[in-house]
Ligand binder design. Structure first.
Ligand SMILES: Cc1ncc(COP(=O)(O)O)c(C=O)c1O
Length: 399
């Protein structure tokens, strides 16, 4: 058996990740198994991607059916699954038109391109600027890392893309700045995931939406991490009393099969016309079969009801963990996108959790990010608490 050390020494993979010493080879529901046969409770969901758990039967069956028929065809032809998935997304959101791509960064790229083209071609505006917010995360392509207002993500990639500026998140005064700037669009997460599981203030988000509406600024919400039921509703914006002009999606949309999308309101969608944008793989028959099965299950089954009940149960557990372990300062988040703010290095806790067969994540240096599948059960949460308690044993404040 080749051990992990040997693998990393001989690896031909470019060193873009510091990997944890786990080699998953099989998954089902809330569990994965490694190449040694060890079972792990997976409360990462592939970073908010396997929202229906690993290898969900409803998606597996539709993918298997599609594998028999047609894997790929060009977007120059009609793709029935794509039509159906676009219709389903439009029917269950405030948007009207959908463009398909393959990842979150590509979805935000499409949103940024749409905003620029809408401003230039439809509105005839001088400004093509896109405003984003401090601690945001929007992806790793050149445009989306420029949109990401975090120095650590941008470092070394100068020159960055022109046409972006940043405002403080959850800051009411920033809304006044926005009025004078009058950009083409704002792009924001309603719960900042990578930035530390920071929910937007509901009143602030409402005022932001109002400023956008009154000034003809497109409101673009990055739901790549918060979407597909992760925060307790199909999309997070549904809990904020706002209606975005553009929504970007990926991660949970295909239950692990790569697919991204933007949904735009009819008016914003006028920014694109034949030839403005495209993608070879975007929305291909296999990817949209996975998307159709996933979204259908999310809207027709009681999985969201379960996610909301389990989110309440998880909060109760966090409340008692906070009393028991002084290293836990607070917990926050929405639905099953949770963050434990700790007064120590969060990655030490994540490392120790692995030793107890529990997979969790960090979100910045002091936040442990916890993302169970929406299908999680009470028993699995109880198991999580036992494992997390073991991982927290002996961890001192400020260690
Ligand atoms: C909010 C948000 N936007 C964009 C992205 C980028 O998505 P991808 O890694 O699929 O390009 C991520 C990924 O973590 C994300 O969380």
């Amino acid at each position: 058996m080749v051990n992990n050390t040997t693998v990393s020494q001989i690896s031909s993979i470019m060193a873009t990740y510091s990997r944890f010493p786990v080699t998953p080879v099989k998954g089902k529901g809330s569990y994965i198994w490694d190449d040694q046969g060890n079972q792990f409770l997976d409360f990462t969901s592939g970073i908010a991607t396997c929202n229906l758990g690993h290898v969900p039967d409803v998606v597996k069956e539709k993918l298997a059916e599609q594998l028999e028929n047609l894997w790929h065809c060009t977007n120059l032809y009609h793709i029935p699954n794509q039509e159906k998935l676009a219709g389903l997304l439009a029917a269950n959101s405030c948007g009207d038109k959908v463009f398909f791509c393959n990842s979150g960064a590509e979805a935000n790229e499409a949103a940024i391109k749409l905003a620029r083209r809408y401003a230039n071609k439809v509105k005839g505006s001088e400004s093509s600027e896109v405003v984003t917010f401090s601690q945001s995360f929007h992806g790793r392509t050149l445009a989306t890392l420029t949109a990401t207002a975090q120095e650590k993500i941008q470092k070394g990639f100068a020159p960055l893309m022109p046409g972006f500026s940043y405002l403080p998140y959850n800051d009411f005064e920033a809304l006044e700045v926005l009025k004078t700037k009058n950009p083409a669009a704002v792009l924001l997460e309603l719960v900042q995931g990578e930035g530390g599981v920071i929910p937007a203030d509901k009143e602030w988000a409402g005022k932001l939406a109002q400023v956008c509406k009154e000034n003809g600024i497109l409101l673009m919400v990055d739901e790549i991490q918060t979407g597909m039921g992760r925060t307790g509703t199909l999309f997070a914006y549904q809990q904020f009393g706002i209606e975005p002009d553009v929504i970007s999606l990926a991660k949970g949309l295909g239950s692990g099969f790569p697919i991204g999308a933007i949904i735009a309101k009819e008016e914003a969608a006028k920014g694109f016309e034949p030839g403005s944008h495209g993608s070879t793989f975007g929305g291909n028959p296999l990817a949209t079969a996975a998307g159709m099965a996933t979204v259908t299950h999310l809207v027709e089954s009681d999985v969201l009801k379960n996610a909301n009940e389990m989110a309440v149960y998880l909060d109760e557990q966090f409340e008692s963990l906070k009393d028991k372990f002084t290293v836990i300062k607070e917990y926050r988040g929405k639905g099953l996108l949770k963050g434990l703010v700790v007064e120590t290095n969060a990655s030490d806790i994540v490392q120790k959790a692995i030793a107890h067969n529990l997979l969790i994540l960090t979100a910045g240096p002091n936040v442990v990010r916890i993302l169970p599948p929406l299908t999680v059960t009470k028993d699995e949460i109880d198991e999580f608490v036992i494992k997390l308690e073991k991982a927290l044993q002996g961890i001192e404040k400020g260690a």
